[in-house]
Design a protein around this ligand. Sequence first.
Ligand code: NAD
Length: 275
Amino acid sequence: MTVPRVTLNDSHLIPQLGFGVFKVDPGETERIVSDALEVGYRHIDTAAIYGNEEGVGRAIAASGIARDELFVTTKLWNADQGSETAPAAFDASLEKLGLDHVDLYLIHWPTPQRDLYVESWRALETIREGGRTRSIGVSNFLVEHLERLERECDIVPAVNQIELHPYHQRRAETAYGHDHGIVTEAWGPLGQGKYPLLELDEITAAAAAHERTSAQVVLRWHLQQGHVVFPKSNSRARIAENFDVFDFELSDDEMRAITALERGERVGGDPLEIN
Ligand code: NAD
């Protein structure tokens, strides 16, 4: 199965479907990421704060897959923001991953109370110039934060990774991304299992019509809008199920019915509050 790739504004390519490892236990990460790589995933999304970069790195090393076939993302944690600390945090992540470069490095949260995201972004610009990350981006940035980077920095983020699922569709951020060439990565694409998304009539009807599962329908809804997604599961069966989404297509009516579910309801943290 070949996963479509999306072209970033720096001309690097990112596989549109990946595997996320938030809350994957560090002791189980190597096994679970190895499962994902065997199933066919070639894009892994981790973060320093997840505490499992070593396990991701071990799975990659054991896989024997050529480095240039893999896309690895990690993220700068809030406490490490700043011009002095960000480069050291980046070095530590590479060391834990056992890699000489990552494909994408993100500022995890804007943490406006710290007011360090602009200088952190300049540090990421320098890291990118050094070639040890191919691309740089942000996560959980609201339009006001993106606008400030636009005013005060040089490089436009390649991606903005934000909470996005049918109850919380982030129209302002996706429109800004569309206008400025910033790819939207949807975290919590399945709503983190925190509301009965997979049981909603609009989803189950499409699942029945296509003889697929509700999770596959929701992932199609993301993919057909151009979002990059990396659903997480510890179960090999679900890891495979979530990967098997490239041989059917939702109709315009099915897409519209799911889009109409918007409620502006977050399941995760508030980007203005997380610090
Ligand atoms: P998700 O929406 O991927 O949901 C994961 C939950 O859905 C799990 O509890 C799993 O049991 C369930 N699930 C997975 N596949 C299923 C299936 N086929 N059928 C039924 N249930 C299924 O939530 P997530 O893990 O939070 O988000 C995905 C990734 O996004 C993370 O692993 C992480 O890489 C990233 N993320 C980033 C941020 C950020 O602040 N940047 C925050 C959260 C997550």
